[in-house]
Design a protein around this ligand. Structure first.
Ligand SMILES: [Zn+2]
Length: 330
């Protein structure tokens, strides 16, 4: 049965309690965490390429990252020279994350703390002082990256879109900054970190080329998409796609009835073939929106958090997203 527009807006209001949605996300996150833990009990984590991930060295640099995405960049770049954890779990949303006392305890034991900055995980900064970690232990990956064309965030007023890492070439800049910080924190491991960092950068360069080549085979008129939140402008700019619109102004903020109507109009006018939902959000709203606009809904893209294999690494996530986009738009 086709969803009616009043029905859609009515259900948005029903879903619009921020607390209720957070509880829903927490429950989903907790369920995923249980699955992940259960999975770990039966087999070793598998690194890209199929080899079992080696254990950290006894004297590994202890790193705490805000999200699973940045934790994986650190793990892949640092190899056995790092021991890394993430504050936001797989499947979680960093934009609306509420830190816990155990986060402060994790930070207190960290040699290095890795965040994106630019608004996506700025809740970390007050925790650093609470954990009595010096500012020198903090690595911010997003700001002041040479060679980056920064794009405006939603709502203008000078804000910058923080999701640089969804352009693989920009993720390579993140990795270079991570390797430099690890080398400064562990001078005795400079050579081994150089080698592991360079090997990872070579894989990322190949991944960047592969995604660009794949998307380039799509008909030019089809290279358009609608996403749930404003996570993909760097991905789109890098790989030749156009973002027609986003469903929510920001995670945790619901669109107004007027914004929903405008988006449906834009979807119809642009001829966009698909709306993409994101794994950390409830896809129900987008299912209704896609039905209303008469286009396909594709679940699930990943952007701010990793998930279960094969999207348990940054490389796996980017391959997964490129495949989903390719399949839906070809
Ligand atoms: Zn985001």
């Amino acid at each position: 049965m086709r969803a009616t527009l009043p029905g859609l807006i009515g259900r948005r209001i029903a879903l619009s309690s921020r607390g209720a949605r957070r509880r829903l996300i927490r429950v989903a996150g907790a369920a995923l965490a249980v699955i992940l833990v259960a999975g770990c009990g039966t087999r070793a984590p598998v690194a890209p390429g199929g080899s079992a991930a080696p254990s950290p060295a006894q004297d590994a640099v202890v790193v705490v990252a805000t999200t699973t995405v940045f934790a994986d960049l650190v793990r892949q770049a640092g190899g056995t020279a790092v021991r890394v954890t993430s504050l936001v779990r797989a499947g979680g949303d960093p934009h609306t994350y509420e830190p816990t006392p155990s986060d402060v305890r994790s930070l207190a034991g960290a040699d290095l703390v890795v965040m994106n900055g630019l608004g996506v995980d700025d809740w970390l900064k007050p925790l650093l002082a609470e954990a009595k970690r010096p500012v020198s232990a903090l690595v911010e990956l997003g700001p002041d990256q040479p060679g980056v064309t920064y794009l405006a965030g939603v709502g203008g007023t000078g804000s910058v879109n923080p999701h640089l890492w969804l352009n693989v070439a920009y993720a390579e800049l993140y990795v270079k900054r991570i390797v430099a910080a690890l080398q400064a924190a562990a001078p005795a491991k400079q050579a081994v970190l150089q080698a592991s960092g360079e090997a990872y950068l070579a894989r990322l360069a190949a991944l960047d080329t592969a995604i660009r080549a794949r998307i380039a085979t799509l008909p030019a008129a089809n290279r358009k998409l609608v996403s749930y939140h404003d996570a993909f402008p760097y991905f789109a700019a890098a790989y030749g796609l156009t973002i027609v619109g986003t469903v929510v102004p920001a995670p945790g903020q619901d669109p107004s009835a007027g914004q929903v109507i405008t988006l449906i109009r834009e979807i119809r006018a642009s001829g966009v073939k698909a709306i993409f939902s994101e794994a950390q959000f409830n896809p129900k709203v987008e299912q209704q929106l896609a039905a209303e606009a008469g286009v396909t809904m594709v679940s699930n893209l990943y952007n701010d958090a990793l998930g279960l294999p094969p999207v348990d690494t940054y490389e796996g996530m980017m391959r997964w997203n490129a495949d989903r986009v390719f399949e839906a738009l070809r």
